[in-house]
Design a protein around this ligand. Structure first.
Ligand code: GRF
Length: 201
């Protein structure tokens, strides 16, 4: 049984999609063990409580450095025997120690078709660039910013009258589909990393 830890900074709609998949028994045998946030008022913490999942607020201001905060998060995950970490809107750059500790065992959801538009505001970047297609990507986390091996992607059209909000909503729908799907594939042992390519069996 894969124990899953989720990190989220915001409202937690992707985390909710994971919780709903978990409730349906649709995470490939994976089990949500803990939700940790760097924000004390994150909606994701309420979602965790709603679904009866342990909710932790681990606040950066309580630690002297990024490394010390990351170490506290890693310790909390390790104490709960977490095998897989899912970043679901976790708005912090992770230190090298954290990334190395969970290399090949940490996923992130990004609101653009990587490698286009990494970093903040992927939806706004696609719109301002004039892309006609954008979407969502779930990828393994490596040392770079949104650069790790791609697991799943879903494309959506960028429409003539789109705003950042309308495009974000269309992309979010796909995030909610492919994030639990990628976690399920991982937990079912169906992902194999070959260099940069993720093979799905
Ligand atoms: C999503 O758009 C995700 O792709 C990005 O942050 C947002 C989080 O939304 N990394 P939510 O907290 O899951 O609703």
């Amino acid at each position: 049984m894969t124990r899953i830890g989720v990190l989220a900074s915001g409202r937690g709609s992707n985390f909710r999609a994971l919780c709903e998949a978990g409730r349906r028994g649709d995470l490939g045998g994976g089990q949500l063990a803990v939700l940790a946030s760097d924000q004390e008022d994150a909606g994701a913490l309420d979602v965790a409580r709603e679904f009866g999942i342990e909710a932790l607020a681990i606040l950066p201001k309580s630690y002297p450095s990024r490394e010390a905060h990351d170490a506290a998060v890693v310790e909390a995950l390790a104490a709960r025997q977490v095998d897989l970490v899912c970043l679901a809107g976790y708005m912090r750059i992770l230190s090298a120690g954290f990334v190395n500790r969970f290399r090949g065992r940490m996923l992130n959801i990004h609101p653009a078709l990587l490698p286009s538009f990494p970093g903040l505001h992927g939806q706004r970047q696609a719109l301002e660039h004039g892309a006609k297609v954008s979407g969502a990507t779930v990828h393994f986390v490596d040392a770079g910013c949104d650069t790790g091996p791609i697991i799943l992607q879903a494309a959506v059209p960028v429409l003539e009258d789109d705003t950042e909000e309308s495009l974000s909503a269309r992309i979010l729908k796909e995030e909610h589909r492919i994030c639990p799907e990628a976690v399920k594939l991982y937990c079912a042992g169906r992902l194999k990393l070959e260099g940069r390519r993720v093979r799905i069996s």
